[in-house]
Design a binder for this molecule. Structure first.
Ligand code: ATP
Ligand code: MN
Length: 429
């Protein structure tokens, strides 16, 4: 086993064995410096003609950026070195040579376009800034799990190969499944609702698929969603869970990801709760006020929101009480207002981060709504049966993890926050 560089830098070690990639080389003739990097840090390796072994010197001279090497040696304090220490090598082994010129500069000094970077993603991720994005994303996942579990939500995994659409509208990718055609799941919606019967509160972090030929910077054909569903919760209750989750994530990122945030030049301001609740109708009225031609019952477009900026829509906020027409069949209508639902979208400026609401839990109401929307009752019979045997009132939401990352890190393109994005034109790598 090797010693990780972070360990060498933080513990007082004398003799170490480090391994990693050549990040930089300076050859001054009589003295050669290598900056060696691994996934945990960077350390200097120094050879001098005076004291060093000749064979090691010959090998050091030939090293190139991204050669993979292993060094055993002695750790010495050295004020001039980055991080204040250096390794004097006793042995040096070249484990793999990199062929030059490299297709992408892994040190981040020379930048390349997004297409090239995505084609060469692992090299791109050697750039400390890009690397930081995914360390933060991993932490967001951990913090989300921690938060939801502490709140009593059970983590579940539901099928990704399914027989029928759950969201309607959005297109499904077909997959051959023995004698029949199955589809890739576009959401865990129906399963998570059913699971409120045995578990009350569930969450899932999963990958979903939508077959639309999107051409935007916020849609991918494969994305990760954080979903919750909770029995005996109202839409107000689950909005609270969402905003408290986001505050938790921001707070803990500030505490734990200082180095990564600094690399990305980010100063995360913890959002204030409660997030503003803006009614769909209010937005419509304002839009009409600025001359946008829009009918009630239409979806609100991103361009519309861009022209509507005010202090309530600067950060995170909810657009609440959507018309039934634009929401999915399982969304519950308001009791006191025909044609409107107890639903919300979680927004960050003009970007939709999540959608949620109360769900219909009575069999007859659901059937009525499905008929009205022209859905086949028969296709859903395996699901509908549970509405006759103990379905509790419930509410939930889905928040796109990749969109959440866009909001936290300030990216305009979702592809920056996904390792290997899948879109209309990108299936490899
Ligand atoms: P949009 O209106 O932005 O197309 P949607 O309303 O169709 O999204 P939902 O069905 O509400 O999406 O899905 C819940 C969340 O999942 C969205 O708010 C979003 O964060 C995320 N999401 C949905 N579709 C995609 C996609 N194609 N790419 C990335 N994230 C997505
Ligand atoms: Mn939505």
């Amino acid at each position: 086993m090797k010693n990780y560089i972070k360990e060498v830098l933080t513990k007082n070690m004398e003799i170490v064995r480090v391994a990693g990639w050549v990040f930089e080389k300076r050859d001054l003739g009589g003295i050669i410096f290598i900056l060696l990097r691994d996934s945990t840090g960077i350390i200097q390796v120094t050879w001098s003609r005076k004291r060093g072994d000749k064979e090691i010197g010959r090998k050091m001279k030939k090293l190139k950026i991204n050669d993979v090497i292993e060094v055993r040696g002695e750790v010495k304090k050295e004020e001039q070195a980055p991080n204040g220490v250096e390794i004097i090598p006793h042995t040096l082994r070249v484990l793999n040579e990199a062929e030059h010129p490299l297709p992408l500069d892994p040190t981040g000094k020379i930048d390349a376009g997004l297409e090239t970077r995505l084609n060469l993603r692992p090299l791109d991720l050697m750039n400390p800034k890009r690397n930081a994005i995914f360390r933060i994303k991993s932490e967001v996942l951990r913090l989300t799990r921690e938060f939801l579990r502490d709140r009593g939500f059970l983590e579940v995994i539901t099928p990704k190969i399914i027989a029928t659409a759950t969201e309607g509208g959005a297109e499904l990718f077909p997959v051959p499944y023995f004698e029949v055609t199955a589809f890739l799941a576009q959401s865990p919606q129906l399963y998570k609702e059913e699971l409120t019967i045995p578990f009350e509160r569930v969450f899932e972090i999963g990958t979903y698929f939508r077959a639309e030929p999107f051409n935007t910077n916020r849609h991918l054909n494969e994305f990760v969603s954080i979903d919750i569903e909770a029995a005996f919760h109202t839409y107000e209750d689950v909005m609270k869970v969402a905003e408290e989750l986001i505050v938790h994530v921001y707070k803990r990122l500030n505490e734990e990801m200082e180095e990564e945030l600094k690399l990305l030049n980010l100063d995360l301001r913890i959002p204030q709760t409660p997030f503003p609740r803006v009614k769909y109708d209010e937005i419509m009225e304002k839009l009409r006020g600025i001359g946008v031609k829009i009918e009630s019952g239409e979806d609100i477009k991103m361009e519309h929101l861009e022209s509507l900026k005010d202090e309530r829509t600067e950060g995170y906020y909810f657009i609440i009480d959507w018309p039934s027409k634009v929401k999915t069949f399982y969304t519950k209508d308001k009791e006191d207002r025909e044609g409107y639902t107890n639903s919300f979208d979680l927004m960050y400026r003009e970007l939709e981060i999540g959608s949620g609401g109360e769900r219909i839990h009575k069999y007859n109401d659901l059937i009525k709504k499905m008929r009205k929307m022209g859905l086949s009752i028969d296709n859903f019979r395996h699901h509908l049966v549970f509405y006759k045997c103990g379905m509790p009132p419930h509410a939930g939401w889905g928040i796109g993890l990749d969109r959440l990352m866009m909001s936290i890190l300030g990216f305009k393109n979702i592809r920056e926050t996904v390792l290997y994005p899948r879109d209309r034109f990108r299936l490899v790598p």
